[in-house]
Design a protein around this ligand. Structure first.
Ligand code: FES
Ligand SMILES: [Fe+2]
Length: 408
């Protein structure tokens, strides 16, 4: 089931890039791959919208700065570069004249959906000599979690999408509720906001989602890597604190629940609630984890929340929030009711809107990091290391990865 709202990737609003500051000011040059990835990392699958939005009418999306046309034919979704090589008209303005193809609206150049080959130039007759001499770039497409995913790479074979999805979503049946929303701001600000150790306790203390739940003032946290994920491991939580010369500060209130007596790494608070067996079996070392190419996983005792930050272009991203329950049969009903009844509005809505607000107004670099930002440093390092490994692997296959994503 998908609870639907919002849109798929849409044509972005333009505004001047806030990246690339004056020379001599602090930048992200310690992480060159990360710094260059303003419009996203290539070599990954990205969710671009709900499956139901893609039918036989061609639809344009923007992903990693490139315009792509998506069309469904025979039940399967195909993706091609959305610029006719003849005179540069978007193929998404055209339609289908023959099964398995898409025709440009201008002069009727007709491309095979699977291979991208020019099969016919209708206005030059059935034996047009241009046929067979033009191939339109295509993209691999998959459908998972009720969404269409597109792979953007450097010409390498796309890895199976299941190798990139969170592991627990591949091997287990899950019911999901999701929300897709085009948002302003660079995708890296969104990802860093998601994984940032510091902000939730302060920014979200006023959210309705946390109305009755206490938030610590600060935590002692360690970041550890397991496989392709890095985890925030809470060592100690402080529920109130004395700030010298200023006074005591706490976000506790008489109407909030009591803080848990011990530190928990599932659900960020206590572990005394019954943990779903699928979630327990993962033995997650921490409540919050992140992996490439910008996937956040927040583990609660009875469900997992994911955020995929999909790069649209330098200044826009697609927020894809997914809540998954691993309960089976009749036990899925409370999940649906809970999700549709309030989680969708309080968590994917109002709580997440606070993040949206911060991502829109973040302006970095330059930046001056503080102790909790170890989480950001470890994420950037993970991105950098993973990019290096990929570049080496591609070179081994005789492919030179582009330094930064470019329009193809
Ligand atoms: S511009 Fe596409 S067929 Fe002429
Ligand atoms: Fe947040």
């Amino acid at each position: 089931m998908d609870a639907r709202n919002g849109d798929s990737a849409t044509t972005p609003r333009r505004r001047p890039s806030r990246l690339g500051k004056l020379p001599g000011r602090q930048d992200w040059s310690s992480w060159p791959h990360y710094q260059a990835a303003a419009s996203g990392f290539r070599g990954y699958w990205y969710p671009v919208g709900y499956s139901s939005r893609f039918g036989s009418k061609p639809k344009q999306i923007t992903l990693l700065g490139r315009k792509i046309v998506l069309i469904r034919d025979g039940g399967r979704v195909y993706a091609l570069k959305d610029r006719c090589p003849h005179r540069g008209v978007p193929l998404s303005e055209g339609n289908q004249q023959f099964p398995g193809t898409i025709s440009c609206p201008y002069h009727g150049w007709t491309f095979d959906l699977e291979s991208g080959e020019l099969k016919a130039a209708i206005t030059d007759g059935p034996h047009s000599p241009i046929c067979g001499k033009v191939v339109q770039p295509t993209y691999d497409v998959a459908e998972r979690l009720g969404m269409v995913w597109v792979f953007v790479g450097d010409g390498e074979q796309a890895p199976p999408i299941d190798e990139q999805l969170p592991e627990e979503l591949v091997g287990n049946a899950a019911v999901v509720g999701s929300r897709i929303q085009p948002r302003e701001g660079n995708w890296r600000f969104a990802c860093e906001n998601g994984y940032d150790e510091g902000h939730a306790k302060y920014l979200h203390r006023t959210s309705l989602w946390r109305l009755f739940k206490p938030m610590p003032v600060w935590n002692e946290t360690r970041i550890i890597q397991r496989g392709r994920w890095i985890y925030r491991v809470q060592e100690k939580q402080y529920w109130d604190a004395d700030f010298p010369g200023l006074g005591r500060w706490s976000s506790q209130a008489w109407y909030k629940m009591k803080p848990p007596s011990k530190v928990g790494n599932i659900g960020n608070t206590s572990t005394h609630r019954e943990v779903n067996p699928v979630i327990a079996a993962q033995e997650f070392p921490g409540f919050a984890s992140v992996s490439m190419p910008g996937v956040l996983r927040i583990v609660y005792p009875t469900f997992i929340h994911y955020e995929f930050y999909v790069p649209v272009d330098n200044d826009n991203h697609l927020y894809v929030g997914v809540m998954a329950s691993f309960d089976r049969g009749i036990r899925t009903i409370p999940f649906y009711l809970k999700y549709l009844g309030f989680v969708r509005w309080l968590f994917h809505g109002q709580f997440s809107a606070q993040d949206k607000w911060m991502v829109e107004v973040t302006d970095a670099p330059p930046e001056k990091l503080y102790r909790p930002d170890d989480s950001l440093l470890k994420w950037r390092k993970l991105a950098e290391d993973t990019c290096e490994e990929r570049a080496e692997r591609l070179r081994g296959e005789g492919i030179e990865p582009a330094a930064a994503p470019t329009e193809n």
